[in-house]
Design a protein around this ligand. Structure first.
Ligand code: MTE
Length: 315
């Protein structure tokens, strides 16, 4: 099954064509294989050798993917600076190992888990999703990840768990952007429990068939494809099940501009700009913008979650 509603309107010459991407993936797989063979790349995690067998997700868009360079050099990750190139430059020294995630709140099985406890190579898959940033640009990223819902179910949330809150690492020495008060740290995001239990959100641990680059949220981040990019929180260290709607970073910073829901919605403008169109990263600036799609093209999977809600009010 292929998800419909995505038009491939980007000329192949301008965004990485699938054949080149597949070649690149093959090359990376071979590089991984040969580095294992030569035992030179001791930094590769034990499960990396499983990745050549990644299954493709039926939820992937068929759009052409952005280049590895676009995806890793044009980022938002305020913990490493507010400029688009800052995370690429400033996150090189960040060491995301070892990493653990604390799970707490309204659930039967809370605890602190090593990253490796979360990753089962058998359930890892490639999901190609368009990331639509609230700022008005988008790119298409071949993530490697696993279902958020499947992971959350393992902690047996109580019926009182109405929301799930995610928190990024707080460590000024490792995340130098946190030395400036541009946001209230740590970065926090949240979903309603039924949103979190939908089949679309993933916990991403890689992209382009390899482990997640630091600037993209190493070692583990959320990806919620029908919401503006800021909901997809990076470098997660805590997951909390709550009864009340959590306070989230961007909503706290400017509630008028960044709603709790932040579903991609071309009919609700940001107070300072239209959301009807988006600039596709990787295309020359003079190329026409792309029409933004309701729920980023995933209406079929998620529109029912908001039945009866006024999405102009709950933007
Ligand atoms: N997560 C944290 N912890 N800090 C951030 O600044 N930026 C968000 C989101 N997750 C951000 C974050 C925003 S605004 C976007 S658009 C996406 O990450 C960008 O993800 P990418 O850089 O991997 O494309």
């Amino acid at each position: 099954m292929k998800i419909t509603g995505f038009e491939n309107n980007i000329p192949e010459s301008e965004i990485t064509p699938k054949s080149v991407y597949l070649d690149r993936r093959k090359f990376m797989q071979q590089a991984v294989a040969s580095s294992l063979l030569l035992s030179v790349d001791v930094m590769l995690p034990a499960w990396a050798k499983q990745w050549p067998d990644l299954k493709s997700s039926p939820y992937s868009t068929a759009d052409s993917v952005n280049s590895f360079e676009d995806i890793t050099t044009y980022n938002n990750f305020y913990e490493f600076g507010t400029g688009k190139k800052d995370p690429y430059k400033n996150a090189t020294q960040f060491n995301p190992k070892p990493w653990s995630i604390k799970v707490e709140g309204e659930c039967e099985k809370p605890g602190t888990f090593d990253l490796e406890d979360f990753i089962n190579p058998a359930t890892l898959e490639e999901r190609i999703y368009r990331l639509r940033c609230v700022e008005g640009w988008s790119m298409v990223i071949p993530w490697v990840g696993f279902s958020l819902a499947d992971m959350l179910k393992k902690f047996e949330p109580h019926s009182k768990a109405k929301y799930v809150e995610f928190t990024t690492l707080l460590d000024k020495s490792r995340m130098p952007g946190q030395q400036r008060r541009v946001l209230r740290w740590p970065y926090v995001e949240a979903l309603r429990i039924d949103e979190a239990m939908n089949e679309l959100p993933i916990m991403a641990v890689g992209l382009y068939g390899d482990i997640l680059p630091n600037q993209n949220g190493a070692p583990i981040r959320l990806v919620v494809p029908w919401k503006y990019g800021f909901k997809s929180i990076k470098s997660i260290v805590k997951i909390r099940f709550t009864e009340k709607q959590p306070q989230t970073t961007w909503n706290q910073t400017s509630a008028k501009e960044y709603g709790f829901y932040s579903n991609v919605n071309p009919t609700v403008d940001h107070p300072r700009w239209s959301q009807k169109k988006e600039r596709v990263i990787g295309l020359p600036f003079w190329k026409p913008k792309r029409d933004t799609e309701m729920f980023n093209g995933y209406s079929k999977q998620v529109a029912h979650l908001y039945k009866g809600m006024d999405l102009k009010k709950h933007f």
